[in-house]
Ligand binder design. Structure first.
Ligand code: BJ8
Length: 426
């Protein structure tokens, strides 16, 4: 099928067409080398291949269509932003581009060099004119999680209006009250942008849509507990990454269909690897699309990733919003409660996260944990010490790695990961 020419749309969005062509060429090659080279992939992954191939094309066209009908597009960088409120007003919530080393020269003109790659990436995408999602967004929402992000949003605001939600640092009653205030204020902002009121009816539907998406992702996660796993860690990560920008109803349906196929595989003992392949739990900083470097190295070194303790994984799908609320107030409370449970390393203390990692390692029968943090990410690199100590006490082998989005350290990482897998195999 001939590829449609989206250049007029990209031009209208103000993208840097030459740079964008280069980006797509690099991404297309990386996807082919990393994803399409895998063997025995489930058929259901064809949908994800299609979504990725049209991430800057058809999906953006869909967003432009919905905008023409008066619906709003809201761009986010963090799983703290309550998608339910955006869905309630007929809006679309999209995760913004932040997973590639692109536009870095532009980013370093306004940010210190020793800034985490995720932050440099979103700034670079904007400054270099390469992210159609931010261009299509009616509002960008930041949040006061780590210091790097909150200061970067002040700068981003000079280029695109950025609304910032205050995220508490602790989880006391006082913090919950602060967060409740933020959720209510965000609700008002969403209503103002959309020119529509949030009602119990539309919020109930928004909660259901977001929960259904999480339920599909939870089902996928449960199926990966099987030995052998019916899907690679790379493919499962891709599903979790695409969850941030695909149409939620279509995505949920497609992932449920993928899970039906995986269920058959599990029943028939079919996996993507042999039974004795070392099972790895990845934990730490989120991997935004197209950050596939570490799982690719792990899975081409003879192991399989069976779960991700990260925001592109369990941390954003584990908890649902309670669906039994009758009034608008009940539903807001349920949203506040659900989001307060997120165990981002930006919180102190953050013992829940340590417990979750231990539980996941046990439930998924992980042979080892790889704790990954993006270079210069202070919250996750600091917390790695406690994670490692807690896992050591349980006799779970742990490898701590730090990296950015570049490929310069790929060889060195492979050597370390292979040595770790040797040790895990005993
Ligand atoms: S809830 S993990 S999505 S903040 S990697 S920018 S923390 S220096 S991305 Fe995150 Fe929300 Fe937390 Fe999740 Fe800062 Fe670390 Fe960079 Fe990070």
């Amino acid at each position: 099928m001939e590829q449609k020419d989206y250049r007029p749309m990209w031009k209208e969005l103000g993208l840097n067409l030459e740079g964008h062509d280069q980006l797509l060429a690099v991404l297309g090659k990386a996807y082919k080398d990393i994803y399409l080279s895998q063997e025995n992939r489930p058929k259901g992954m064809q949908y994800l291949d299609f979504v990725i191939s049209e991430a800057h094309g058809l999906r953006i066209e869909e967003l432009m269509e919905t905008k023409k009908k008066g619906n709003k597009v809201i761009g986010t960088f963090c799983v703290y932003v309550p998608e339910e409120l955006i869905l309630a007003v007929g809006g679309t919530c999209v995760g913004l581009c932040a997973g590639a080393e692109i536009g870095i020269d532009e980013a370093e003109k306004v940010l210190p060099r020793n800034t985490c790659a995720l932050i440099k990436s979103f700034m670079g995408f904007k400054l270099a004119g390469l992210c159609p999602y931010i261009q299509a967004s009616d509002l960008v929402v930041g949040e006061t999680t780590c210091d790097g992000k909150k200061k970067a949003y002040e700068i981003l605001n000079d280029y695109k209006e950025t609304y910032v939600m205050e995220i508490p640092q602790m989880k006391t009653e006082r913090d919950r009250a602060l967060w409740r205030g933020e959720v209510v204020q965000f609700k008002e902002k969403v209503e103002e942008i959309a020119g529509r009121k949030i009602t119990p009816e539309n919020l109930r539907q928004g909660i259901k849509t977001a929960n259904d998406k999480r339920r599909a992702l939870q089902r996928l996660s449960t199926l990966r507990k099987a030995i052998p796993s019916p899907i690679s860690g790379l493919d499962a990560l891709l599903v979790n990454q695409i969850a941030f920008y695909d149409d939620p109803l279509r995505f949920t349906k497609s992932i449920q269909a993928l899970c039906d196929e995986l269920e058959d595989r599990v029943k028939n003992g079919v996996g993507v690897v042999k039974n004795r392949t070392p099972r790895i739990l990845m934990s730490g900083s989120p991997m935004a699309v197209p950050n596939w470097k570490i799982p690719f190295i792990v899975e081409t070194s003879g192991a399989i990733v069976v779960a991700e303790e990260s925001c592109a994984g369990e941390r954003s799908t584990r908890d649902l919003v309670k669906e039994d609320g009758k009034t608008l107030d009940d539903m807001i409370e349920a949203i506040v409660d659900r989001y307060m449970k997120i165990d981002c390393a930006c919180f102190t203390p953050n013992e829940e996260r340590i417990g979750h990692i231990r539980d996941l390692a046990k439930e998924f029968k992980a042979d080892g944990v790889i704790h990954y943090n993006i270079q210069f990410c202070t919250p996750y690199s600091m917390e790695a010490y406690k994670v490692e100590k807690a896992l050591q006490q349980k006799g779970i082998p742990t490898l701590k790695i730090e990296s950015d989005y570049g490929m310069e350290d790929a060889g060195q990482l492979k050597t370390r990961i292979e040595a770790f897998l040797e040790m895990v195999r005993g």
